[in-house]
Structures are given as structure tokens and as C-alpha cells.
Write a protein that binds this ligand. Structure first.
Ligand code: CTP
Ligand code: MG
Length: 388
């Protein structure tokens, strides 16, 4: 595998953004933009290291932003974006470990770069000396003069360039040296001016460059819209029959020729469901929360256990998406009681009835449930927790 270093340029002043802090040191959901950009590359398997280009005047901000990452000493940048890129490349060229085969140059102001974009840029360097992440222009383009349109610009073949931009190291170093001072706004333009073929690879519409405060707000929304933390948990329980006149199932009294034996009210379905909810949030099992050895749980209504598990989910900022319970027995017949059971579960869990399912099955007279020695229950619960 070719060696590859990410060069992150962070030496700008963020004039268009305004404000006290240069934008690359602003926090996006608790982490500076620069740190997020660095982490995206550090965590990528094709990238062997990260080198930052910074402004020495920002040293304190820089040190705080990268604390604990163990990065090499940053390179002082230049007055222009092009100059900062070149100074970073010169540092890599002097590296005691030798210059890398590939370099990925990336703006610190693009904190949301994704692993797929990085992979595509690296992969393109096998077939071209330079590659730029870009997205196709989809809006119709208008030329404007004094607040009126002065024509429609053909958008076919137009792309918006992003970073990372990847290069075979020696080619881009040579190009930058040759074109120093040309005032070009990205490294792909340097490569083009040097006559290098530059491959266009799909970037991501979410890989935005934070230029103004509106962009930071948008980046915040994009992060929040990330993958939700969805969990599922399973539960299973069995209780044995004893002489009696009814059983509790899903918090509903069902008349029967027997009762279920147990420390509490022996509601086998609620016990399975409680375990499913606890499992979904990795919070142990019903026995660890309500030890059968404690006399206070004797004969207790099992909705107490279920309500507790639901509260643990809510205490973590989570919500119960769905629960599904299967009761396994020959008798009593569960069918007639299903609507009441589902309604009771929805009430105890404080969720909509449409998020609760209760089912029943026999085991064709096979096994302990088939011989009517007891009742088994299975449950599965899906919960959604706040994104980590
Ligand atoms: N950059 C740099 N050296 C410069 C100018 C810019 O390293 N002399 C970096 C910025 O820190 C940023 C990236 O290049 O990560 C893209 O530049 P831009 O978005 O224009 O950032 P700024 O130049 O800081 O912002 P502005 O143009 O609004 O002043
Ligand atoms: Mg700039």
C-alpha cells in the first residue's frame, strides 16, 4: 500500500466568518472544526499520519484543539492558501521518514469529510497523479447584473471542488514550487496549471466548507441528523403451573385452571419484556434489579418491574420505539385477551398502542409448554437513544 499523509491547512484567518476566534478553532458540537477534520483522517486506514499547517499567532488555540492527538509539530503557514499548501509540502519533503507516496490536502474548515470520500480520492491516485473530491452542480446557474438575470449559464460539466484533494507527492511538490505566488485557490488548480491530469471523484454534499456562521449552523444540523443510536434487546422467561384459578399475562388477569408459580405475580410475559428493555440499554437483567431473594418483591405486581425498565430508558434520554411479545402455551387461550394486553402494555410503557404487539403460539403439544407444565414468553424491544 502506498504511504499517505493528510496535510490539513488551518493557517487562515476566517475573515468572512468574522467573530473573535478563527473559524477552524470554533466548536462544532463540542469539538473544534480542526480537530474533527484531523480525526476523520487519523481514523482512516489508508492514511498513515496527519500534518497540520497553522498560524503561529494561534499557537494556544492550536495546542488546545489538538491536545492528546500526538501530532508532529505544525508547520507555519503563509499569507495565501496556495502558500500554506506549499509550505506544508516542503515540510513533508524534509520528513526524516522520507516523503510519502501520496498526500491528501484538506481544509480544516471542512469538518464533516467522510471516510468514503477519502477512500475515493486515494483510490483515484492509482490512475491519475491528482484527484479532487467534487460534486456536480445541480442548480440552474444564472448570471446576475444589478438584481436581474442576464442569462442562464450552461451547468453541464460543472463541478464544485471540495477537499480532500489527493496527489502523488513528488508531482504536486514540483507543481507548487514551479507555480509559487500564482494566487490559485486550491491545490487542484496548481496541478492543472502544471499540466497534471486531475481526476474528478464524487465527494459528498455534506462535506461543506464552513465559511460563514450559517455554514456552522448547517454543519450542526448535519451532525444531528446522523445515524440514530437504535438498540434492540431480547427477553425470555418461563413459569411453572401450580393449582389455582387464573394467570397474569401482560398485566391482565386471565381465568384458568391453574396459576403460575413465582416470587412476584409470575407474569411471565412482563418478565420477558422487562428483560428485553433492560437488554436494549445493556442494563443487566430483571434479577439484578429486583433480586428474588428480597422479600419486598413477594407477590408484587410485575408492572412495577416493567415501568422501572421503561424509566431507565427515558432516564438516558431514550424512547421506546416498539415492543413485541410472544406468549407460548397451549392454554389458556390468549387470543381473546390480546387487545386488553396490548392496551395495558402501552399504558404501562407510556407509548402509543401502535408500538405494541402481543402474539401467542402453542408448541403443538410438544415440550413442557405442550404438556401444559408451564408458560414461556419471549419479547423483543427496540429503543432509540440520543446519538453518542
Ligand atoms: N488557509 C491557510 N492559509 C491561508 C489561507 C487559508 O491554511 N493563508 C486555510 C484555512 O485555514 C482553511 C482553508 O485554507 O482551512 C480554506 O480557506 P478558507 O475557507 O478561505 O479560510 P480562511 O482563509 O480562513 O477564511 P476567509 O477566506 O474567510 O478569510
Ligand atoms: Mg480564504
Amino acid at each position: 500500500m502506498p504511504s499517505c499523509i493528510a496535510l490539513i491547512v488551518a493557517a487562515g484567518s476566517g475573515e468572512r466568518f468574522g467573530g473573535e476566534l478563527p473559524k477552524q478553532y470554533l466548536s462544532l458540537d463540542g469539538q473544534p472544526l480542526l480537530r474533527r477534520a484531523i480525526e476523520a483522517f487519523r481514523g482512516h486506514p489508508a492514511v498513515g499520519g496527519v500534518q497540520v499547517v497553522y498560524q503561529p499567532a494561534h499557537r494556544d488555540l492550536y495546542d488546545r484543539a489538538v491536545a492528546g492527538l500526538g501530532l508532529p509539530e505544525p508547520v507555519p503557514g503563509g499569507a495565501t492558501r496556495q502558500e500554506s499548501g506549499r509550505l506544508g509540502l516542503e515540510r513533508l519533503a524534509e520528513s526524516p521518514a522520507g516523503a510519502p507516496d501520496y498526500v491528501l490536502i484538506h481544509d480544516a474548515a471542512r469538518p464533516l469529510v467522510d471516510a468514503g470520500t477519502i477512500s475515493r480520492v486515494v483510490a483515484a491516485l492509482e490512475r491519475a497523479p491528482a484527484a479532487v473530491a467534487a460534486v456536480q452542480v445541480i442548480d440552474t446557474l444564472k448570471k446576475g447584473v444589478d438584481g436581474f438575470t442576464a442569462g442562464t449559464v450552461d451547468r453541464s460539466g460543472l463541478w464544485r471542488a471540495q477537499t480532500p484533494q489527493g496527489f502523488r507527492f513528488s508531482s504536486i511538490l514540483e507543481a507548487h514550487r514551479r507555480l509559487a505566488g500564482a494566487g490559485l485557490t486550491d491545490d487542484a488548480a496548481v496541478a492543472e496549471a502544471a499540466g497534471l491530469p486531475v481526476a474528478l471523484v464524487p465527494g459528498s454534499p455534506d462535506n461543506i466548507k464552513v465559511t460563514t456562521p450559517i455554514d456552522l449552523e448547517r454543519a450542526h444540523r448535519l451532525l444531528g441528523a446522523g445515524l440514530p443510536d437504535i438498540r434492540t434487546g431480547m427477553g425470555f422467561d418461563v413459569h411453572r403451573f401450580a393449582p389455582g384459578d387464573g394467570v397474569m399475562l401482560c398485566g391482565v388477569e386471565v381465568p384458568h385452571t391453574h396459576r403460575l408459580e413465582g416470587h412476584s405475580d409470575a407474569d411471565v410475559a412482563l418478565h420477558a419484556l422487562t428483560d428485553a428493555l433492560l437488554g436494549a440499554i445493556a442494563a443487566g437483567d430483571i434479577g439484578s434489579h429486583f433480586p428474588p431473594s428480597e422479600p419486598k418483591w413477594r407477590g408484587v405486581d410485575s408492572t412495577v418491574f416493567l415501568r422501572h425498565a421503561a424509566e431507565l430508558v427515558r432516564a438516558r434520554g431514550g424512547a421506546i420505539n416498539h415492543v413485541d411479545v410472544t406468549i407460548i402455551c397451549e392454554r389458556p387461550k390468549v387470543g381473546p385477551h390480546r387487545p386488553a394486553m396490548a392496551a395495558r402494555l402501552a399504558e404501562v410503557l407510556e407509548i402509543e398502542p401502535g408500538r405494541v404487539s402481543v402474539k401467542a403460539t402453542t408448541t403443538e403439544k410438544l415440550g413442557f409448554t405442550g404438556r401444559e407444565e408451564g408458560i414461556a414468553a419471549q419479547a423483543i424491544a427496540t429503543v432509540v437513544l440520543p446519538c453518542p
